[in-house]
Design a protein around this ligand. Structure first.
Ligand code: FEO
Ligand code: CA
Ligand code: CA
Ligand code: CA
Length: 686
């Protein structure tokens, strides 16, 4: 079997220990280099990165912040897309957030902001205006970077002045696309000052997980975009239906109180600026001054955005048919000629859903390399479903259609038409009774058998208490060692097999592949993890076609006192390999009553910790060269825990990576893409 190790064979490296070092730790025999980091220029006319907040508003030509999902696209000698390995490629990297924007301003931030972070030395937006330059820099930290990579020997590097180099940001023009029969209705919901026809919009936000299409385009997924909007104090009220829509998505719908001191938004709205780069984030304005009416701006985010990485002049396209929610990722089924394609998608919030989009068009291998034209063929017409997991180990896909009386007659949100269903997909999934999951994150498809894996990163005690568990989200455990509350703080990974392995199936069977836990968590350690493979809060997920290994990345808060976030390798089995329901796969000791289905225990041979990151980081985003010998991994927000500067003259840095390893100017930590290779040059992980 040249697709990887047969199930049951041990992984080919020794597990790395938990680590609190401010570096990337790898198994013996492996090494890494930094490929690019936040602030690196894509154009030699820019100054090298200062790493001291000295930059002007030139971030639309620099590598953005918070590296996240990514993928690699190979180019042949004529500059065309190829699935074959060459020494030339473009790497697309998502830049999720500027939540650590204090590292990009000379004096850091001192008040307000997402994650309780602090914005500017001039005060948060509720206390006073932020400087325009800060806002513009942050707007341009977001989005996607496309950079050309070249390989010399076995060493990859990025090319400074490639014509492929590109940044897409929160200001870049986008096309709006959807099913032909509903496009006019979609556009009516997306009318903005920028485009009164609703045919285009501005920008992409909070680009988290990603997808790669079989025709060679990149999908970037808009996740926690809702927090970017605000209604300043004194705003006029919005109507009941819009308020119900916004409530379900967490978008501002009431004016912030006069006395509020902590903002829940980025603070990008600067009241004295009439420039709509700033005013568009204020989504309150109504009527009196039409030029200040940005009520529909939030409707322009929350999509799967398709980009052609090999055509830097092409306009990215928002694929509304795939629904609007907090898109984590979009992973494609194994393409079968003559059969529809499915894209599996998580909605990343606690108690949200798993979705799939099934294309109306049937896969034609000749569409490989056809770019966004192929995207128009496969990603506009199709069906959107939400998953319902049953207690007997089966499940079904519930179509989100206005033809369903549960949707057309839904009291909590009166849908006008199918466009409204797509744009308010969370409400539609509520209406049909999909299963609320423990925060769906990335998906991955096992290239061997097409089974779909989705990480469920964690859930809180208030939402997943012992009385609210179900078979697919079965764990809500009590405090064990004084550090955890009830809930599912360490998360799990669910997997399912489509009926007859068809992407278009409406039924599936499922089990739980792994439960995160600390090794000393007693009954809650259902997967019997040890200190060599204990993990918490699975998030990034990817199967290597070369090795068959399932790579699991963590974004954890519950275990970071013992180890920084990490990446593990697993040799997967298949759905049902834990055997029939028995006393052992009932987990009554944790929840009292709940039954679930567990995959076979992997043990230390088939589940090992491969990488631990620097302080404060999340490990997210992974891909490989097709031969499996070079692995690209993203280190997101090292030093995230660094406190605001306040009156101090220098940051008390939680991390100094990657400068502490010789990459770039010393000082503030930076997100980065690293390339991992084996010193003996062989396939990673085996
Ligand atoms: Fe952006 Fe769901 O992590
Ligand atoms: Ca993440
Ligand atoms: Ca996460
Ligand atoms: Ca994070």
């Amino acid at each position: 079997d040249d697709d990887g190790p047969p199930d049951g064979k041990a992984l080919g490296f020794d597990s790395v220990g938990k680590s609190l070092l401010d570096n990337v730790v790898l198994p013996a025999g492996y090494t890494y280099q930094v490929l690019h980091a936040t602030g690196d220029r894509l154009d030699k006319n820019l100054t090298p990165y200062s790493n001291a907040g000295a930059e002007a508003d030139d971030w639309s030509r620099r590598v953005g912040d918070h590296h996240d999902g990514m993928d690699i696209f190979y180019i042949d000698r004529k500059g065309r897309f190829t699935t074959k390995e060459t020494d030339r490629a473009v790497l697309c990297v998502n830049h999720e957030s500027s939540a650590d924007a204090h590292f990009f301003h000379p004096r850091g931030q001192t008040s307000g902001g997402q994650d309780g972070k602090k914005f500017s030395q001039f005060g948060g937006w509720d206390l006073g205006e932020r400087p325009e330059l800060e806002v513009l820099k942050e707007i341009n930290h977001h989005g996607v970077s496309v950079v050309e990579l070249t390989k010399k020997g076995s060493t990859w590097s990025y090319k400074l002045d490639s014509t492929y180099n590109r940044r897409v940001t929160a200001q870049s023009p986008m096309k709006i696309a959807g099913p032909a029969a509903h496009l006019k209705d979609i556009q009516a919901l997306l009318v903005t000052q920028f485009d009164p026809t609703g045919a285009t919009s501005r920008g992409t936000l909070n680009n988290c997980g990603h997808g790669k299409t079989p025709w060679g385009t990149y999908l970037t997924c808009e996740e926690n975009w809702a927090a970017y909007f605000q209604m300043p104090k004194g705003s006029n009220p919005i109507d009941t239906k819009l308020s119900a829509s916004r409530a379900r998505y967490g978008v501002a719908r009431t004016p912030i109180a006069e006395a509020a001191t902590s903002a829940s938004t980025q603070g990008w709205y600067t009241p004295s600026d009439s420039d709509d780069r700033f005013t568009r984030w204020n989504v309150a304005a109504w009527g009196a001054n039409a030029a200040e009416d940005f009520r529909n701006e939030p409707n322009t985010f929350g999509y799967i955005v398709e980009m052609d990485p090999l055509d830097p002049k092409s306009t990215p396209v928002k694929r509304v048919a795939m629904g609007r929610f907090a898109h984590e990722g979009a992973v494609c089924s194994i393409p079968q000629p003559g059969k529809p394609l499915a894209f599996y998608m998580g909605c990343d919030s606690r108690n949200e859903y798993i979705y799939k989009f099934v294309s109306a068009a049937k896969w034609t291998p000749a569409d490989e390399g056809r770019g966004l034209a192929a995207g128009d063929k496969y990603l506009n017409e199709g069906q959107l479903f939400a998953a319902k997991f049953h207690a007997d180990g089966t499940g079904e896909w519930l179509e989100l259609s206005i033809k369903d009386p549960r949707i057309s007659g839904y009291a909590a949100y009166p849908f006008a038409n199918q466009a409204d269903v797509l744009v308010n997909a969370r409400h539609a999934a509520d209406a049909v009774g999909a299963t609320k999951m423990d925060r769906p994150e990335w998906g991955a498809v096992n290239p061997k058998n097409g089974e779909v894996y989705i990480t469920l990163t964690n859930n809180a005690a208030s939402l997943r208490s012992p009385t609210t568990v179900d078979a697919a989200n079965p764990r809500a455990y009590e405090d064990i060692d004084g550090r955890r509350g009830t809930g599912n703080p360490n998360g799990h990974i669910i997997r399912f097999k489509e009926d007859r392995s068809l992407a278009s199936a409406t039924k599936f069977t499922w089990d739980i592949f792994l439960f995160g836990a600390e090794e000393d968590a007693g009954d809650a350690n259902l997967s019997k993890l040890t200190d060599k493979n204990a993990f918490s809060s699975p998030d990034g997920l990817w199967f290597s076609p070369a090795s068959g290994i399932c790579w699991i990345q963590t974004d954890d808060g519950a275990m970071t006192d013992e180890s920084h976030c990490m990446m593990l390798a697993a040799i997967p089995g298949e759905v049902g390999d834990g055997g029939p329901v028995t006393a052992q796969n009932r987990i009554g000791s944790v929840t009292g009553t709940q039954k679930t289905f567990m995959g076979a225990l992997l043990g230390e041979a088939r589940l090992r910790r491969f990488l631990v990151g620097p302080a404060g980081c999340e490990i997210t985003g992974v891909t490989e060269s097709p031969d499996g010998k070079a692995m690209f991994v993203n280190i997101q927000h090292p030093g995230e825990g660094t406190p605001a500067l306040g009156a101090a003259s220098a940051f008390d840095l939680e991390s100094e990576w990657p400068a502490n390893q010789g990459y770039g100017t010393a000082g503030r930590p930076r997100s980065a893409t690293i390339v991992i290779t084996r010193k003996d040059g062989r396939v990673i992980g085996l």
